[in-house]
Design a protein around this ligand. Structure first.
Ligand code: GLC
Ligand code: GLC
Length: 814
């Protein structure tokens, strides 16, 4: 690998040259304060909501890419350089960036001076800390200046980047000692400010961008750094920035350590001002004082690491035989699940924080890979999401994390949305055993104050699908189903319209087989839940819905060699041999199989084989459909608008691949389950000049074999692939499946795996699960021994005697 490597022991990805094929990002923070940080210290920070509380500015789609961030400039002799290489791009003698769990550590070296910048966000604090060490590695005394730099954002990020007639005249700051206070709009509607402080004595500062950078200069050659001197500017309007100058005089071999602190301070009930225009800085001073103590900084850093140690100890396999699966399941996949849970699809290198907030379907799915980490947070999220459902069953497709209110621009009418709530709720109850969530009151978005429970929402969701079916008896699709771009009601020839929400869905007949499959899955889940709760009648009722829908799928949606994808507004099939393009789609194969269709008649296997034959490529994964659309199909919407091989037009959309992985595991094909898993696994990508995206997290999309750029990934980090791949790796390949009454052990592995161990914390008990495979099988538990006693079946019963650890020996071979 030309750009770096995994350090599995430290749980870090080590980047050894700064010019990676794309910016390689890390996500910092998991409570209320977040930071995006690339290997060159690019990125930005925000509090809770990247649209409404953006703290530092970032210019997306810039060239050079990723050119704003948390920068340190070194002025040493005549040279100006950054330890992270950018923005100056002065050649370094040494560079290393370690992306770890909750922190990024960058070290740059030039002419015997080494600067280390460790960026992290302590648990439950609204602070980002850069611990900085400057070392003189030469045999002479060295004088140099270090300049820090951030550019403040005016909090509301969309306004910040569009409304310059106003924003050029609103900027306000204060300076006190080593601290710069960004207080734009604080006098009026805001009770919060940003603090950018240095814990060491400073030798100058700037707060005006024009003074520090210069109007005709760029971040690569800021005027003040070139001059070797800050100007002590006070921003009044224009663009406030934070820059400190620190002059160092280091003896041979000496080093100095101090920190920069970027804090979001909520003033709470304190008086806002000490005097007109003078902020009451009590809280800001406390923050700065606290972190002036390096020991406190190190304690805060240890807390970040300790928290991840604790989280990851909930699921770990020390010895699963495949190193890529091991490292993803143990570390990076779980890290990504944390990010998708927290940020949904709002904020990444590709999601600007101002476009999409939290997604109804997305966040429900994200819970599947997160619930074992922090079940209480998953619980709250499920209730928050449910509250954005309307009483007729439809849902706001997106909502803002700060307000938790549905986004009216997008509205609802994505007819798969309601059903995902059942999957997240059942996953939560299987993990925790806490069925009380079903009785929690979480009203409907259109009936504020309503006293309906989560279970009411679940039944409303089922009823919505049942009551909104088309001519074939299949669920109506609305604006789209999981595939946002399958817009069978749009018919837009007008470039200024949205594909997804323009079409009128009232009275439309377009149907989705994918939703039918999802309905099968959801009703089977719900029936099992009712069974567990001892509600036999409800169980039977829901099984009735299942049976009817199954019959509909089998009679209406089998195309001969695979499941049809949909029926358009004219009731013509989509994803059928009768179509000229887009004959086979992945989602209907996946969901019909996952929902239990095609079991007795051989169709499930055929559906998976059709995926293999028409969509699968061992190096890139499965394309979404085949053949790609070469023409724009008015009746299909956005799906045919992308160039062939990209995104929903036959790109490898990683998220849906994971469902096929589960399909193969259900069939006991351990070789295919693992091969397919590896085909989209970032850690397993051999050539990063082709793949380009981060090797440690999944990307939403890889260009497929049907494009001219096969194997190139984009949209990393925020994708449903994270949660579902964790489900595949932990529950279907390694086979540790939380169930209502205990852990079910049902691995599906390549025949040549000799065995493996999993440590799993589950409902307060630590399970050590040893899986043995002496007979070279893929699936099927022959014997299950729990703390020395043989148990029938493959579910480990919950200990009734308060034991806190349990040892399980499971032998494959049935
Ligand atoms: C994006 C969306 C997700 C959708 C998928 C397929 O990932 O966030 O909701 O299901 O695209 O269109
Ligand atoms: C979904 C699709 C994407 C589309 C986006 C925004 O995420 O994946 O192609 O552009 O929705 O509408």
């Amino acid at each position: 690998m030309r750009y770096g490597h995994f350090d599995d022991k430290q749980r870090e990805f080590v980047i050894t040259r700064p010019d990676t094929p794309l910016p390689w990002l890390n996500m910092l923070g998991q409570d209320e304060f977040y930071g995006l940080c690339t290997q060159t210290a690019g990125g930005y920070s925000f509090w809770k909501d990247a649209r409404l509380r953006r703290i530092t500015r970032y210019r997306y789609n810039n060239n050079p890419m990723d050119n704003d961030g948390r920068f340190l400039y070194v002025r040493h002799g005549k040279s100006v350089w950054n330890p992270g290489w950018k923005p100056s791009r002065t050649k370094l003698d040494g560079f290393e960036c370690r992306h770890g769990l909750g922190y990024t550590n960058i070290v740059g070296r030039k002419d015997g001076i080494e600067v280390q910048q460790r960026v992290f966000i302590p648990p439950n604090e609204n602070v980002e800390i850069w611990k900085v060490t400057v070392r003189n590695r030469t045999k002479q005394r060295q004088k140099l200046s270090l300049f820090s730099y951030v550019e403040f954002c005016f909090y509301e990020a969309l306004n910040d980047m569009t409304n310059y007639q106003r924003t050029y005249s609103i900027g306000e700051v204060e300076i006190e000692g080593n601290a710069i206070y960004h207080k734009t709009e604080y006098r009026e509607r805001r009770n919060h400010y940003t603090l950018f402080g240095c814990t060491r004595k400073i030798d100058g500062f700037d707060t005006s961008r024009d003074a520090f950078v210069g109007v005709h200069h760029g971040l690569h050659d800021p005027k003040a750094v070139l001059a070797g001197k800050c100007t002590n500017s006070h921003a009044y309007g224009w663009n406030p920035v934070g820059a400190h100058q620190v002059n160092l005089n280091l003896a041979p071999g000496a080093e100095e350590t101090f920190a920069y602190v970027l804090a979001y301070v909520d003033q709470g009930d304190l008086p806002k001002f000490d005097a007109p225009f003078v902020i009451n800085k009590t809280k800001g001073r406390e923050v700065l004082k606290r972190y002036s103590d390096i020991a406190e900084i190190d304690r805060a850093f240890a807390a970040v690491k300790g928290r991840w140690d604790e989280l990851l100890s909930n699921f770990t396999t020390p010895d699963a035989p495949n190193e890529h699966l091991r490292r993803m399941v143990n570390v990076w996949n779980q890290v990504q699940c944390m990010a998708t849970f927290n940020l949904s699809r709002s904020t990444s290198g590709y999601e600007t924080g101002i476009g999409r907030g939290m997604g109804y379907r997305d966040s429900n799915q994200d819970i599947l890979g997160f619930v074992h980490l922090l079940p209480e947070r998953a619980r709250q999220r499920i209730l928050d999401i449910a509250s954005t459902q309307l009483s007729d069953g439809t849902c706001f497709h997106q909502y803002q994390p700060l307000t938790k209110k549905g986004n009216a621009d997008i509205g609802g009418g994505f007819n798969d949305d309601p059903l995902w709530l059942i999957l997240s709720t059942c996953a939560y109850i299987r993990e925790t055993g806490d069925a009380s969530i079903l009785n929690e009151v979480c009203g409907y978005a259109d009936k504020p104050g309503s006293k309906d429970t989560l279970l009411h929402h679940i039944e409303t969701s089922i009823a919505y699908t049942l009551n909104n079916r088309g001519p074939h008896g299949l669920p109506l699709i609305g604006h789209a189903d999981w595939n946002d771009c399958l817009n069978l009601n749009c018919f837009s020839k007008e470039p200024n319209e949205s594909f997804q929400v323009t079409g009128d869905i009232a009275g439309s007949k377009a149907e989705s087989v994918m939703i039918a499959g999802l309905f099968l899955y959801a009703t089977r889940d719900l029936a099992a839940l009712y069974g567990h709760l001892g509600r036999a009648e409800d169980k039977q009722r829901v099984e009735g819905y299942y049976g009817d829908m199954l019959k509909t799928v089998e009679t209406q949606a089998w195309d001969g060699a695979w499941y049809t994808r949909a029926f358009d507004a004219q009731s013509r099939p989509v994803g059928s041999k009768a179509c000229k393009e887009g004959k086979v789609f992945i989602e209907s194969q996946a969901w019909c199989v996952l929902g239990g269709a095609g079991q007795d008649n051989g169709r499930a296997k055929k559906a998976l084989q059709a995926v293999e034959k028409h969509l699968y490529h061992p190096k890139y994964g499965c394309a979404l459909q085949w053949p790609p659309y070469s023409e724009y199909h008015l009746e299909l919407g956005e799906v045919s608008s992308y160039p062939p091989g990209y995104k929903e037009n036959a790109g490898v959309f990683s998220h849906n691949n994971t469902w096929i992985h589960i399909g193969w595991a259900m069939f006991g094909d351990g070789e295919r389950a693992l091969d397919y898993y590896l085909s989209i696994c970032p850690s397993a990508k051999p050539d990063h000049d082709i793949y380009r995206s981060e090797p440690y997290v999944y990307a939403q999309m890889t260009a497929s074999q049907f494009s001219p750029t096969p194997g190139e990934a984009k949209n990393s980090w925020l994708t449903g692939t994270a949660a579902w791949s964790f489900v595949v790796g932990s529950q279907y390949i390694l086979g540790i499946q939380p169930d209502f009454n205990g852990l079910r052990i049902d691995p599906c592995v390549p025949k040549d795996w000799k065995g493996f161990t999993v440590q799993r914390k589950y409902r307060g008990v630590t399970y050590t699960i040893i899986v043995k495979n002496p007979k070279k099988k893929s699936k099927g538990i022959k014997t299950l021994v729990v703390d020395g006693k043989k148990v029938d079946g493959n579910v480990v019963p919950l200990p009734s005697d308060g034991r806190s650890s349990v040892t399980v020996e499971a032998t494959l071979g049935a």
